[in-house]
Design a protein around this ligand. Structure first.
Ligand code: FNR
Length: 185
């Protein structure tokens, strides 16, 4: 079984990015499992907090899930042409302490996808992530692109992905990434 972990970079209940990952859960190949997490409960990174209390429980719990997966599917919203602080903050916490960062991120397969009501499909946010992922030492998948533009027209009132073209794209994207995630580095 290939285990993927989907991290949504939005805390909103009605988030398009979370909805995109939820849709992906229903489109994975039969030998692939996609668990979905949001970042509620992760505090802002604070070196004083880290020194006084260590790694927060919510971060440790997320770290365990990352360690247990073959690949990370990161659904990134785009804020002001970059990545949201909520998501960057979580990855910064996950990279602590430095001696554990290589086991969490080193050679871990990562794919980016994103949804926006705008017309550019989070292309700038996804590009902004690349140097960060390089710094973390992950194996970034570049075999596919998933840019969900005009998200308001892709989902129905219940948040289900109703656009058939995007459903097919997402299915191919997840299958391609899952195969990459278990391929030897
Ligand atoms: C945005 N949004 C946005 N969208 C975009 O395509 N490019 C951008 O640069 C920005 N900038 C931006 C800044 C800030 C502060 C906010 C709050 C929003 C709109 C954004 O894509 C939209 O709110 C999405 O719905 C956010 O993703 P979720 O929460 O639906 O997953």
């Amino acid at each position: 079984m290939t285990k993927l972990l989907g991290i949504s970079g939005s805390l909103r209940k009605a988030s398009y990015n979370t909805a995109l990952l939820r849709a992906a859960q229903g489109l994975v190949p039969p030998d692939v499992e996609l668990e979905l997490v949001t970042l509620h409960g992760i505090p802002l990174y604070d070196g004083d907090l880290e020194q006084a209390e260590g790694i927060p429980e919510a971060v440790t719990a997320l770290k365990q899930k990352v360690l247990a997966c073959h690949g990370l599917l990161i659904a990134t919203p785009e804020y002001n042409n970059g990545m949201p602080g909520v998501l960057k903050n979580a990855l910064d916490w996950l990279s602590r302490p430095p001696k554990e960062s290589a086991s969490v991120f080193g050679d871990r397969a990562v794919a980016l996808l994103g949804a926006t009501p705008g017309g550019m499909g989070t292309v700038s946010a996804q590009a902004a992530w690349l140097p960060v992922l390089k710094a973390l030492g992950v194996r970034t998948w570049s075999g596919g692109r998933l840019l969900a533009s005009r998200a308001g027209q892709l989902f129905d009132d219940q948040g289900a992905l109703s656009d058939e073209t995007m459903r097919k794209q997402l299915q191919v994207f997840v299958a391609g990434f899952a195969a990459f995630a278990v391929r030897p580095a």
